[in-house]
Design a protein around this ligand. Structure first.
Ligand code: COA
Length: 188
């Protein structure tokens, strides 16, 4: 499965993404905000992660490399997993620091969230963000997610070993119906 937007193609994982993953993830400004990414991050880490995710491919997991058409490279990842029991989808993402603040994660997530709400029986999207990660919290809230609570000392960043308080944020289907109108007109 793949999606195309004005500037991006969301592509299923391929081993050829490994070098671009290293460029994006071998950077503490990115990895310190993620749970499972080591630092330093080498090509073998990228290859192992990509192989594992290709092998484990599940119908409930929607994981894409974010390909920037103008530069013909992968600049990040968006990852959504559906829990079929409660019909809630969890998400995660990163963008190579060179490409921050240009609306790329927003453009990528809009299209997947809209697809999953329309085509799967999902009631809600859910995500967790380290409490100091202002960029991610704002990006998530721009999509219409609302803060639901604070989980104290709930996560450890693999890259730094630091323990973090975590903010939980959620987006209900009825909230998306409202939010999508303004987002989709802006991003088309
Ligand atoms: C969080 C992250 C994915 C955002 O990606 P991005 O493509 O730069 O985000 P966008 O450009 O779509 O930004 C959307 C909104 O988020 C907010 N935002 C993004 N980066 C910000 C920053 N550095 N400071 C303050 N606000 C920021 C803004 O409100 C922005 O909207 P605006 O530009 O119209 O004001 C990126 O910063 C990143 O990869 N960080 C490291 C890894 C990470 O934190 N992943 C998420 C873990 S939960």
């Amino acid at each position: 499965m793949r999606f195309s937007t004005e500037r991006l193609i969301l592509k299923s994982l391929e081993l050829s993404f490994a070098d671009d993953f290293v460029e994006g993830l071998n950077n503490l400004n990115v990895s310190k905000n993620l749970k499972t990414v080591p630092h330093p991050y080498a090509k073998k880490d990228a290859i192992n992660w990509i192989k594992k995710n290709i092998k484990e491919k599940k119908k409930t997991k929607f994981l894409f490399g974010i390909y920037l058409k103008s530069e013909k490279k992968i600049i990040g990842v968006v990852d959504f997993s559906i829990n079929k029991d409660n019909l809630v989808a969890r998400s995660g993402s990163w963008i190579n620091e060179k490409y921050w603040r240009q609306g790329f994660v927003t453009e990528a997530k809009i299209v997947v969230i809209d697809y999953l709400f329309k085509n799967h029986k999902i009631r809600k999207f859910f995500t967790q963000v380290y409490s100091g990660n202002i960029a991610s919290r704002k990006a998530i809230m721009k999509l219409g997610y609302k803060k639901e609570g604070l989980l104290r000392k709930d996560a450890i960043s693999k890259a730094t070993g630091k323990i973090h308080d975590v903010i939980a944020l959620g987006l209900l289907k009825e909230e998306w119906e409202e939010r999508r109108k303004s987002l989709i007109s802006k991003f088309k």
